[in-house]
Design a protein around this ligand. Structure first.
Ligand SMILES: *Cc1c(COP(=O)(O)O)cnc(C)c1O
Length: 417
């Protein structure tokens, strides 16, 4: 293999050295994959998915049976009352934005209990000024940072005693921060606390990158509404775009009115050609997520061997598919990203460079030789060009191709020392 993909003996030696220890982790991932495949199949059985559901609607999108069954399958997997899964959601950020606007009214208070939210939400909320932000509509915002990579339970309790909070946002994955991602047990603990003090507060979870990484999803541990992107875990690499929202029926209906229009809500919205790909995507998702996890474990073990600080460690419990690598210098970050690009199926011959990106403050380098633009369930690596030069590595549709990407990236990294 190593000659076919042109990597050095040194890189291959590191790979062979870490192989025994990562194999043990792979067995755990296989168990998780088996469980989540059973959960997914159970949803297909219960929802009577059939060939007619591959048909599509155009125009208004009335009576789109395929779209409806896709949403039933998602609701079943999440143990939610209802789901929206639509191509009309442009991205995960758009889905989060629509959900905020659906749930919040002027003078309501939005509270993030995971510190400052994901970069693209700053203008949505109004943390960074924008004439169309929630803030511009009189919606108030506050945040409570995490402490030691966990919720600040005391501060949250104290805050809820004093203020009436309409929506609490929990972002599980780390985004472009250096904290750890939040596992489902922590989400459960904080949901219990919130419900005890303020049962009326809506708990909304940004679940990006976390789907199928554990056996439970957030609705099962007390969240009211959960949001994610289809060009991440649940699209299985096949969805061409879209987002999903699952949760309580009355909240999902509000998101529907916000996505389309008041009075028509979820009854409109043509699926165009997406139904079959959405079904195939969710069908593949447990296996694809497992491949991404294995790719991440391999990268983590090899980079640790080379002395880089990585999180999570190869044998640490995972809450999402993202691996952060602290390179400490710009050159290593850029080389690693270039190596990932050179190990991608699409555009392997081009070289990524840091550029300004809408919604992000610093210049960002993105390696993504993908079938779907910006899809980060496919092997991809990106990082803002700022100290301490951290790369965010995620994805891998299959372990064998993910591995090739990692070997190419590490080869590039160590050949330019
Ligand atoms: C990726 C991500 C988003 C936004 O998703 P896009 O589809 O890229 O817009 C939001 N929150 C978190 C934590 C993410 O990782």
């Amino acid at each position: 293999m190593k000659d076919l993909i042109e990597i050095s003996s040194k890189t291959y030696e590191i790979y062979e050295k870490v192989l025994p220890k990562v194999s043990e982790e792979f067995r755990k991932i296989d168990d998780l994959c088996e469980y989540n495949n059973a959960k997914m199949m159970n949803a297909f059985f219960a929802c009577h998915v059939s060939e007619t559901h591959f048909n599509m609607t155009t125009g208004y999108g009335y009576n789109d049976l395929g779209r409806d069954v896709v949403e039933e399958v998602f609701a079943h997997i999440f143990k939610a009352e209802k789901a929206i899964v639509r191509t009309q959601f442009v991205s995960g950020s758009h889905t989060l934005c629509k959900t905020f606007f659906a749930l919040l009214r002027p003078n309501n208070l939005l509270l993030s209990i995971t510190g400052t939210p994901y970069d693209t939400l700053h203008e949505v909320i109004g943390i960074k000024p924008n004439p169309s932000s929630l803030k511009s509509f009189g919606i108030k915002y506050d945040e409570i940072p995490l402490i030691n990579d966990d919720f600040d339970y005391d501060k949250i309790a104290e805050y809820l005693e004093k203020h009436q909070v309409k929506v609490i946002e929990i972002q599980r994955s780390k985004g472009y921060s250096t904290r750890k991602s939040l596992n489902i047990l922590k989400v459960e603990k904080v949901c219990k606390l919130i419900k005890k003090i303020s049962p009326e507060t809506i708990i909304m979870v940004d679940n990006c990158y976390c789907e199928f990484v554990s056996e439970k999803e957030p609705i099962e541990v007390g969240a009211d509404i959960v949001v994610g992107s289809l060009i991440k875990n649940l699209g299985g690499g096949l969805a061409n775009n879209g987002g999903y929202v699952v949760g309580k029926k009355e909240l999902i209906d509000l998101v529907g009115e916000s996505l389309t229009l008041p009075g028509e809500g979820l009854d409109v919205g043509p699926s165009l050609g997406a139904n079959k790909l959405f079904l195939q995507g969710i069908f593949m998702a447990p296996t694809v997520v497992a491949s991404a996890l294995k790719t991440s474990v391999l990268a983590s073990a090899m980079l640790e061997e080379l002395g880089y600080k990585v999180s999570p460690l190869y044998n640490e419990e995972k809450a999402d598919i993202v691996l952060t690598i602290n390179f400490g210098n710009e050159k290593d970050l850029i080389n690693f990203c270039k190596g990932i690009q050179s190990g991608s199926p699409i555009d392997s011959y081009v070289s990524p460079i840091p550029v300004s990106t809408p919604g992000y403050t610093d210049k960002v380098i993105m390696a993504a030789g993908n079938f779907v633009q910006g899809s980060s369930i496919e092997l991809s690596c990106d990082g803002p060009i700022r100290e301490p030069y951290i790369a965010y590595l995620q994805g891998g549709l299959t372990y064998d191709t993910g591995k090739i990407g990692i070997l190419k990236a590490i080869d590039r990294l160590i050949s330019d020392e």
